[in-house]
Design a protein around this ligand. Sequence first.
Ligand code: MSK
Length: 632
Amino acid sequence: MSQERYITVEQMEEATASLLENGKKVGADSWQQRVKNQTPHCGFGEAGTCCRICSMGPCRITPKAPRGICGCDVHGIVARNYLRFTAGGAATHSDHGREICHTLYQTREGGNYTVKDPEKLKRIATEWGIETEGRDIYDLAHEVAETGLMEYGKPFGTQRFLKRAPEHTQELWEKAEIAPRAIDREVSQSLHMTHMGCSSLPEALIRQSLRAGLSDGWGGSMMGTEFSDVLFGTPKPVDTSANIGVMEKDMVNIIVHGHDPSLSEMIVFYANDPEMIAYAKSMGAKGINIAGVCCTSNEVAMRHGIPMAGNFLSQENVVLTGACEAIVVDVQCIFPALGPLSKCFHTKFITTSPIARMPDSEFIRFSSENAGENAKAIVKMAIENFKNRDQSMVNIPQLKTKATVGYSVEAIKGCLDGVTNSHVDVTGTTKPLVDVVKSGVLRGAVAMVGCNNPKVRPDTAHIELMKKLIKNDIILIVSGCSAQAAAKAGLMDKEAKELCGEGLKRVCELVDIPPVLHMGSCVDISRMMILASDIAKDWGVNISQVPVVGCAPEWMSEKAVSIGNYVVATGIDTFLGVDPYTKGSEEVTALLQGEHGVKDWVEANYTVELDIDKLGDLMIERIEQKRAALGI
Ligand code: MSK
């Protein structure tokens, strides 16, 4: 299939429409239909004004009933809901990080999992005060993993990685009493605070929301990211392709979906095994094609160049092609709908984690002990399923773009160093980047993240905002499903520099990068925190002064709320295109979005704007305000 330079949202919608037609022939349900069935949504839920924390209610706040049965007012209810939302996200990301710590603990020479980046492991060990001299690399890996696991439940002290932040930021956290302690403690304290008869003071609940978020971003997620690099390699720029056309008509298509790279890495390994490829050929296929969906896609794209089939709201599309032999999932963002949908086709829906069990799936429990064996069994199962494919039902829309992905902090510094020093040094500096921002060649940066949400025309907000920002010489650093939206549209192709303003175009040419930099999966937003910290230190200013903002224009998950809290708490103004169920309380809205709430504590706040074009204007305005304040 030929690759296209750019793909529009209209082309993607046309492709989806033809896939839905395919689905209709076999009686498939779709999220598009379920959205219709669920609309209009409950107004109390949307405003955050329904409380079902105890069984006296549910209580719904109206002008006639301004307090719940316990007497809690609307502000307490909205703030409690917000904190519970955050705690769900922090728990989820951090548990992902915990699984990665366990995988690191299981590494051994010649085992299922090995250490691929020993230098990074040693850097982290040194940072944590662990002796590295003369140590066996696996002894060291086990001690670092165990130390990491202790971060979840240690009785005293705060998260080790907080020391990576500029001193000023650490002082703000201490002063605001939001420096996160043990990760599990912050999550369980959030549930405790929101239990019936505990906190109903919005300020206290929002403070804890920031603290729980920080335990994710500077704790669980950061360990998830850092140890994934140690285990599977620190990403560096690699070419790949994106959009639904990456599925191959004549090959066994295996889709990996979810978040934890411990599974997908193994599937990728066995799909490349010559024995497995020969087996696929003996079954009449031309080979094995692996493609990804959601954050698993980011993980394997940035380390192996595995094509990206789609993001959150494209997950049903891969099955609707009729050419998916297996969709293999681990945890998070997986539609339970994939079970019944896969039954309409020949597709095997394979769940692998006890954390994400779903009806109508085949459960093959994955663990570090059986990873190799089970990954091989899954690949074999998919190959053997090829013969069950109904070729008359195959419909792979011809949409495919080129993308360059894998811009970890180390890779970005390496690229910048390559320009100034003609050699790549992964421990380099962000100074060249600071210089181009200071000079105005680049106006600033936007860290764009998050999901799709049917409340926003899928991918439009991501793509349109990115186009607008790069045209205004603002570089994009993206992760999660935002990254896939960019890749699907062609914005991660280095040629997309032609869509940029003159300044950004020059930077892209000089550094040989696309204008939208792929930084990885959801947990990798922690990479963005490290980059922001390094920039602030190299510049000699506070993070909140740097002309950079965060944005989640189509977010939907609890994880995104946790992310929003740690991005804001790190000092980065954050712009949302979907309301976080807080509009029912003026007090909570003022705390999150006003000039005298979280802004007083951490020098940043939220902006919620549902008009996407306006959201873009507001981000540009904020970046320009920061520039003006710095006198640049
Ligand atoms: S996968 S949390 S839909 S970004 Fe990380 Fe995408 Fe959002 Fe899931």
